[in-house]
Design a protein around this ligand. Structure first.
Ligand code: EPU
Length: 424
């Protein structure tokens, strides 16, 4: 296993290019199951999670070739409709094959993902939604065994909570259903708009893009797609927070500022000057010295609210602010695993139910320590803490980071950080 070493205390400067979004790439790869033929996806990040997903697709009979960031996927011959536990347990997004497999093969057997480091994460809304469209789902031996007699039938599906992958699964099931499906209280994350664009390019008829009410008029068949993955807003946000935490100044490029409305506002409230270009975001400090960060409360919410996937990183930033703030997590019940590790670096954070009270120590208020990565986003908050801290930080179990951050070491080095990998 590898660990990441960070020699902190260096203000990050310069620009960093953002990769394609992991959480858009996974549903778009799954969507290729809906139409036999050769699909082309551009701007696909090369991450542990995309590689795991492609392995799952290979298991189903789907072939692919990668050239740079372009994936050619051939979904002509499917030989299986089963997503086995061994693959699903390492990446719960594997559940995204449920809707498209059921539609294409008339059946799907997908392992239940089980809990993960951030919460129980059930898939009940995926299942009840598919049942509403006429699927029969049995839960047996840890698997969802779903089948349909003929075609799925359009109907109205109401989500109790806006679920991102649930909305994506139901979209992919409804595009080839007979009649019209209405998804109410659907998630509105930009990754869903990306999937809608891909499905529309394949011939699907979908209304309500970027709203919480999606109307899907089922069509008889779809054609292969040619679509680009949107930039990774969480990666962009992570680098912006890292630059701010080190007291640095810089630009993230090849991103979409419209996908980060809440974070950019929170950075402004924290005292930074944020300049938005068409596909760039720059942050700098006001002229007045010394540089200080104001404390800002956040509460995670579905898009366009503050993203849960940037909660841990913002907490590392607020540990370096000058006052007290409260960070509330409303999406997942157990997403504070980074707190104990940030405390090892000297952060003053108290967990109080679904909130954390952070008493900022000021920029340069943290010191390097040995810490352990527990999940993808928690790990990136430790990297941010380490970059801002004085001295050396060692982060073990960095395979979590490799699930979602492409070329992390190279990108941070490009911003002037002293960071490298070592064997544990
Ligand atoms: N929920 C249910 N039942 C369901 C589905 C969801 O109770 O059937 C609950 C969840 O437990 C949670 C809430 O609804 O409390 C929202 O969860 P959602 O379904 O939206 O999460 P997800 O689709 O499993 C995606 C991202 C996550 C991101 C969340 C929230 C992908 C592949 N994953 O997960 O990304 O945190 O949306 O925005 O898109 C990450 O990238 O690190 C990551 C965890």
């Amino acid at each position: 296993m590898e660990k990441l070493i960070v020699e902190g205390g260096i203000p990050l400067r310069g620009s960093v290019r953002i990769s394609g979004a992991k959480n858009a790439a996974l549903p778009l790869i799954a969507a290729t199951l809906l139409a036999p033929g050769r699909h082309r996806l551009g701007n696909v990040p090369n991450l542990r999670d995309t590689r795991t997903f492609l392995k799952l697709m290979e298991n189903l009979g789907v072939r692919h070739e990668r050239e740079g960031d372009v994936l050619t996927i051939d979904s002509t011959d499917l030989r299986s409709a089963e997503a086995p536990y061994d693959l699903v347990k390492t990446m719960r997004a594997s559940v995204l094959v449920l809707g498209p497999l059921l539609t294409r093969m008339g059946k799907a057997k997908v392992s239940m993902p089980g809990g993960c480091a951030i919460g129980a994460r059930p898939i009940n809304f995926h299942i009840t939604g598919l049942e509403k469209l006429g699927a029969t789902c049995r839960l047996e031996h840890g698997y969802v065994d779903a089948e349909i007699d003929g075609r799925l039938q359009g109907d109205t599906v109401y989500f109790d909570i806006p679920t991102v992958t649930g909305t994506e699964n139901l979209l992919m099931a409804a595009v080839l259903a007979e009649g019209t499906t209405i998804l109410k209280n659907a998630a509105r994350e930009p990754e869903i708009a990306n999937l809608i664009d891909m499905l529309t390019g394949m011939g699907a008829r979908i209304e309500g893009r970027n709203t919480d009410r999606l109307t899907i008029h089922g069509v008889d068949e779809l054609r292969p797609a040619d679509c680009d993955i949107i930039p990774d807003r969480i990666e962009a946000g992570t680098y912006l927070i890292a630059i701010a935490a080190t007291g640095g100044e810089g630009t993230v490029t090849h991103c979409n500022p419209a996908h980060l409305p809440s974070l950019l506002e929170k950075l402004r409230l924290a005292g930074l000057i944020v300049d938005e270009g068409d596909s760039t975001i720059s942050i700098r400090w006001p002229q007045a010295k010394p540089r200080t960060l104001k404390s800002v409360d956040i509460k995670t919410m579905p898009f366009p609210g503050y993203p849960t996937d940037l909660q841990a990183q913002f907490m590392a930033l607020m540990a370096l602010s000058t006052d007290v703030c409260v960070i509330t997590e409303t999406i997942f019940e157990n997403r504070f695993m980074h707190v104990a590790e940030l405390q090892r670096m000297g952060a003053d954070i108290r967990i109080d139910g679904h909130s954390c009270v952070i008493n900022g120590r000021g920029l340069q208020g943290l010191s390097g320590a040995q810490v352990m990565a527990t999940d993808l986003r928690a790990s990136s908050s430790l990297v941010i803490g380490g970059l801002a801290a004085s001295g050396r930080t060692e982060i073990s179990r960095i395979y979590h980071l490799e699930r979602g951050y492409e070329n992390l070491v190279e990108k941070l080095t490009g911003l002037g950080a002293r960071v490298w990998k070592e064997q544990e």
